[in-house]
Design a protein around this ligand. Structure first.
Ligand code: HEC
Ligand code: HEC
Length: 157
């Protein structure tokens, strides 16, 4: 290899590593954004889909969710308003670990830090005070990775 080729190989290599570092920057930066559901909010979308398919590092969604999911009425519409609470013990016992508002479209989500630990117990309450508890511990904050896939959608009426 003459020195000219060696130089161009070196420059090409530097260019690629430079481009690589740009794209990994833009990927991880989506995780620095705050995106938290609010009572009455209507900015969300994709009801029932696994939000974390896209809202993860490099997934393209706005913000990386630590907890997200969707709740439906018996008629299959998104539940409008209400609250999701995550506890350390079943049936609303133990420590309250997180509280999320359900938006107008039936979605709840947060980019706030949350540690799944050994699991946690979700409770969902609609706007007229009806409550439903998940009896077994959830081991992931991406509720719709199970609900609507391996088990029924989260439903409350
Ligand atoms: C197929 C990929 C994909 C899925 C699945 C997905 N999102 Fe998104 N989401 C995006 C992208 C891309 C954006 C940024 C562009 C936009 O606003 O549409 C976004 C933006 C958002 C925003 C910000 C909108 C704004 O302008 O403030 C919210 C809130 C949101 N998503 C919530 C959710 C929730 C909740 C779920 C699950 C029920 C979900 N997303 C599922 C791709 C997705
Ligand atoms: C690992 C899979 C999985 C994840 C993740 C998961 N769930 Fe569940 N959930 C289930 C299963 C399975 C049931 C059915 C009852 C049981 O076996 O505990 C259930 C039941 C429920 C129920 C009770 C439903 C009823 O009609 O009685 C609620 C409410 C619920 N889950 C909410 C949530 C919320 C909120 C999240 C996210 C924070 C979540 N779940 C995450 C698997 C999951």
């Amino acid at each position: 290899m003459n020195s000219r080729i060696a130089l161009s190989v070196l420059i090409t290599g530097m260019l690629f590593s430079f481009l690589g570092s740009i794209s990994s920057c833009s990927k991880s930066s989506s995780c620095g954004k705050t995106n938290v559901s609010k009572d009455g909010g209507n900015e969300s979308h994709n009801n029932g889909r696994n939000c974390m398919d896209c809202h993860h590092d490099g997934g393209g969604g706005y913000g990386c969710f630590n907890i997200a999911g969707s709740a439906f009425t018996a008629a299959g519409d998104g539940v409008s308003g209400g609250t999701v609470r995550l506890y350390s013990e079943p049936n609303g016992q133990g420590t309250l670990l997180a509280t999320l508002s359900i938006d107008k479209l039936g979605n709840f989500y947060t980019t706030n830090a949350f540690s799944v630990g050994n699991g946690f117990y979700p409770m969902i309450e609609n706007s007229i005070g009806h409550k439903v508890y998940m009896p077994s511990p959830a081991t992931s904050g991406s509720c719709n990775s199970c609900h609507g896939v391996s088990t029924s959608r989260i439903q409350i009426q």
